[in-house]
Design a protein around this ligand. Sequence first.
Ligand code: OOB
Length: 542
Amino acid sequence: MPDAISPSRTVLLPDMRYSDDVQTRYRQRGYWGDEVLSDVVRAWASRHAKRTALLTERDDWDFVTLVARADRFGCHLAARGVSAGEAVILQHRNDTDFIVALLALLLLGAVPVLALPAHQQREVTHVAELATAVCYLGSEHAGIDTVALQAAVPSLCFSLLASPDRRFADWSDDAIGSLPRPAVRPEDIALLLLSGGTTGMPKLIARTHADYIYNFRASAALCAITAEDSYLAALPMAHNFPLGCPGILGTLDRGGSVVVPPSSAAEEAFETIARHRATLTALVPSLAALWLEAAEWERPDLSSMRLVQVGGAKLDAATADQLASKFGCVIQQVFGMAEGLLNFTRLDDPPDLIAATQGRPLCDDDEVRVVDDRGQDVPTGDVGELLVRGPYTIRGYYRATDYNRQAFTPDGFYRSGDRVRRLASGHLIVEGRIKDVINRHGESIAADEIEACLRDHPAVRDAAVFADQLAGYDEAIHAAVISDDATLTLNDVRAFFASLRVAAYKWPDKLSHIRQFPLTPIGKVDKRQLATLLREPAAPNT
Ligand code: OOB
């Protein structure tokens, strides 16, 4: 039984818990088992022993070596006072040290708080405080001022920064022996993911051992991962998608290897794929578009690839088709969220479903509802907000009791904020975000509808629409476009909308050209930043 001594131990608070009968049901149906993540990681060393686990520019390690290094670093952390259940911030770019530190924390039963490399002082301080973290593990790359961080977060006892000549992987000073099995239970918090929204500070998403083990094992089964697979880690590993969908954990669990390119830039990724015969990867659409562009002139050898997953933001059907033909392999759309629910197109889905939908739920017991603004279920095919409850979807954010009242229904469904359509096959099409609307002269206009029209214009490569504040509460439609034609004007766009027979109140009021959209830490269009860049100052409220 876990000791209740440490005041910094992370625990599921009442508004985050699954009820007892739900827990029993998930166990009976086999979604939740008896293992915790330290058992899983420990077993890799014996199950996959001499198989290759990790390939980077510098390392070529088998499972025995990887687990031993993680164990050794875990011993070091334990010697410095980190104990099971305590939160530790991990912020590291994709390399050996990220995986070593992550596995060390899991072996120790400590709770990694997974910050992305692009998170900054403000966000890291906020999550460290919220998680009552006891330690910060990072690298100089992230540029965090650890003195200021420790001054701001009283629970934080120490920080360790890795560098190429002092790696977590080589930490060997006072390390001795091997970590004992930690006193943690399957239903305890295993890791804290950061929410990826573009508004406000990240929230902490507590994933339990049972739920996350299901998450990566079921994803690995769906993607038919075997020991012959080799996963190219292109997206930052601290994000749920490359971490566990099936990502690095799902691949390692099946004895496959993780290959880490020097960066996610197309040339380096292509080179690494060709050299190590990588078989699958996960991309966000913005990165997929860059790789596609580069593939035009690079002519890479991608013949080893069997699966390219794309998710995190909407992938349009044309890009999905181009990806399939350039990579010569199966494309899989993944519509997921750190809060839990994962939708995948299946490997054997017909190409049109793969190109035009964002997949269907991973688990038979994912209860998905699509509701109107009164909370009533809409007919199949109609647009509504996606609500979800299931064996790997959280019931509440960590330490966010007030916010949880609005983010979850009283019966435990997570309100995703995503506007979706569900087809008769169960496949979902993501239409946009419910809050991404512009209130113009009393009409609510969905940004995604206008963006879709803009993308249909032959000169527009991509578009993002946001509200310009007018006097009072009125808003105007501001369209930002990436276009090869710098002469494209607002009037051209409005004439195009007229030709599409779009109601005139939805025509853009303003057009800006931009070379690239600002992106969030994982690579989604960051509309808040975009609006700050392009927005006119609000007119005086007269
Ligand atoms: C993934 O997780 P998060 O937590 O960074 O972001 C979740 C949100 C979703 O609620 C949705 O708004 C959007 O990102 N999203 C998509 C999408 N996948 C995610 N919107 C349209 N199409 C998609 N395919 O982004 C995430 C987590 C696990 C796997 C994949 C993505």
